[in-house]
Unconditional design. Structure first.
Lengths: 340, 198, 40
């Protein structure tokens, strides 16, 4: 069906071309009519006018590669301009901008300290499976980000430093890493979606949490359940952004299985833009989970957090946990065995 | 210095595919790769035209601009060539090319495309002219031997012209003047940013 | 720490399996583009 449509489009495009006579006015879209081959000379400018809305000219080929029936497809140059210029601006502004914002934020606001100090009592926050899934997704993301940014920024930034042959070799391996590690990353995103969907539905507590600055703008301690408003934003960015880059990425990895050339170009645009924004968002997530907040990293690093930390930042979650297990136990039911 | 160009006179092309066969034979092009192809527009209808298309060797080649590892280069004759040693098979040059010139030897699931292959204007590649390595990777280097591309030499109706742009434009202009009409130089303005006024 | 190491190992393992599966399914162009009418 797709091929029939493709052929119909080619024929219509060909009609438009053959129809171009010495008419001054720009030719609007498809108007099939009979054609006299002895008509006055067809000027190429009129042909290009017909092509300019993003159309293409094509016909029949006798070889099995039917893609080659596409004769002229000027949108390729628009896509080139996007990839060489627009995407670089989007990537540079979002990633560098986020880095600058984070550095400034750290210098001005400083680390979010645990104001009541560590109590020494711990409570389980993330179990082993949750941490496994998170770290598998995270490490894959780091490598995917670096190899992906290399495609857009490697040529102007890295190649002048290490020369063309070394850069080509590095890029070849980066491409393999990017393509193969996409599978564990996609699996991780699906697992994250399923694992934590229950705790990440937005509600009124999150609105209140955001209104009170989330504890990071100012020194308030707005209450939150297991995942606060900021974490829910990250969750949905990961799930939706991850789905978008995975789908567009697999369209690129299996080219022309589903789409034609325009679909491939669009898939690359989506993949590049969302990838760049994804990197910027994750920089913020990495910041707050490491240096941005005292006592936060251990939640994902070894699974438990200090009870005072839970009280200050996730008071409602702590209440739920205490009600479930009792005030003297630090483990969540129904797990009786330690998290590790 | 000559500025090499292709021109396919769509009023003369009879879709014989001699150019396609000549190219595949001369360069021992791997199976499945079509450096040159003949596209028939309006097949079976009035105004049917056939055009032979390979690589237009553009002035500001989009393939060269978009390549993440900069494997393309332009020779002094303005022929656009590339290095298969640097190519990582990402496929971007095919997305960028308005004419679909780049080809890849491996397709199917996981289109890890392999090294890109395309029309070289019979000018080989970065290896030494006429060397065995150059032939293995890129095919014959006719330009270094002072000859023109084989597709144009083999064209049965002399519709496909290849060589210095000024001479070709001159030939085409004479034809158009004599005939009283011409279907335009397909792809000329897209590739070379100039027109042939007839 | 253990979950992190396990995560890295799992990522590499899944990637390797994916690579093997996909490379075995790959076709060279002469098979991919052959039809009943054309044997390249």
């Amino acid at each position: 069906m797709a091929r029939l449509l493709a052929q119909a489009r080619f024929i219509i495009g060909a009609f438009v071309v053959a129809l171009i006579l010495a008419v001054a006015a720009p030719v609007s879209a498809q108007q099939p009519s009979h054609v006299s081959p002895n008509a006055a000379a067809v000027k190429e400018q009129q042909l290009l006018n017909a092509l300019s809305p993003g159309g293409s000219v094509g016909g029949r080929v006798s070889i099995p590669d039917q893609k080659s029936g596409n004769l002229i497809h000027p949108a390729g140059r628009d896509w080139t301009r996007f990839h060489e210029v627009t995407l670089r601006w989007i990537g540079a502004i979002s990633v560098l901008g986020m880095l600058i914002v984070l550095v400034a934020f750290y210098l001005i606001r400083g680390q979010v300290k645990l104001e009541s100090g560590f109590s020494g009592r711990r409570i389980v926050r993330f179990n082993a499976f949750e941490r496994f899934v998170h770290w598998m997704t995270a490490t894959c993301f780091i490598i995917l980000a670096i190899s992906g940014l290399n495609i857009t920024f490697g040529k102007p930034l890295l190649m002048p430093l290490i020369g063309e042959p070394a850069f080509a070799g590095w890029s070849q391996w980066a491409k393999y890493a990017h393509n193969y590690l996409s599978f564990p990353f996609a699996i991780g995103v699906v697992l994250i979606f399923l694992m934590w969907i229950a705790g990440n539905i937005p509600n009124k507590v999150d609105v209140e949490w955001l209104k009170r600055g989330g504890g990071i703008v100012g020194h308030d301690h707005p209450p939150a359940y297991r995942f606060n408003g900021g974490q829910k934003m990250i969750y949905w960015i990961v799930v939706i952004g991850g789905a978008a880059v995975a789908i567009s990425g697999y369209l690129l990895m299996f080219p022309f299985y589903v789409t034609g050339i325009e679909g491939q170009q669009l898939a690359q645009v989506v993949h590049g833009v969302i990838g760049a924004l994804f990197v910027a968002a994750m920089l913020g997530h990495i910041y707050i989970g490491t240096i941005g907040m005292e006592g936060a990293f251990e939640a994902m690093g070894e699974g438990t957090v200090d009870v005072n930390w839970a009280k200050e930042h996730h008071a409602l979650w702590l209440e739920q946990e205490m009600a479930r297990t009792g005030p003297n136990e630090s483990q969540r039911q129904p797990m009786a065995t330690p998290a590790e | 210095m000559a500025r090499m160009k292709f021109l396919c006179d769509a009023d003369r092309c009879i879709e014989c595919n001699a150019c396609v066969t000549a190219c595949k034979n001369e360069h021992e092009v791997p199976w499945g790769i079509n450096r040159r192809r003949v596209v028939t527009i309006n097949d079976g209808k009035p105004g049917e035209r056939s055009i032979s298309m390979a690589c237009m060797h553009c002035t500001d080649a989009p393939c060269a601009a978009v390549c993440p590892v900069n494997c393309f280069y332009t020779t002094a004759d303005a022929v656009v060539l590339h290095s298969k040693d640097l190519c990582i098979g990402c496929g971007y040059c095919f997305y960028a090319c308005p004419f679909g010139a780049p080809q890849y030897p491996r397709v199917g699931n996981f289109g890890s495309r392999g090294k890109m292959d395309k029309c070289t204007f019979c000018a080989g590649g970065p290896e030494a002219d006429g060397s065995h390595e150059e032939f293995e990777k890129y095919g014959t280097n006719r330009l270094a031997a002072g000859k023109l591309p084989l597709c144009a030499e083999m064209c049965s109706t002399k519709s496909l012209l290849a060589g210095d742009g000024d001479i070709i434009a001159q030939i085409y202009k004479e034809r158009v003047t004599k005939r009283g009409y011409g279907s335009g130089a397909w792809g000329w303005q897209t590739a070379y940013r100039e027109t042939i006024a007839t | 720490m253990k979950s992190f190491v396990l995560a890295c190992v799992a990522a590499v393992a899944i990637a390797a399996v994916a690579g093997v599966v996909l490379n075995s399914a790959q076709k060279p162009a002469d098979q991919a583009f052959s039809t009943t009418g054309v044997r390249l």
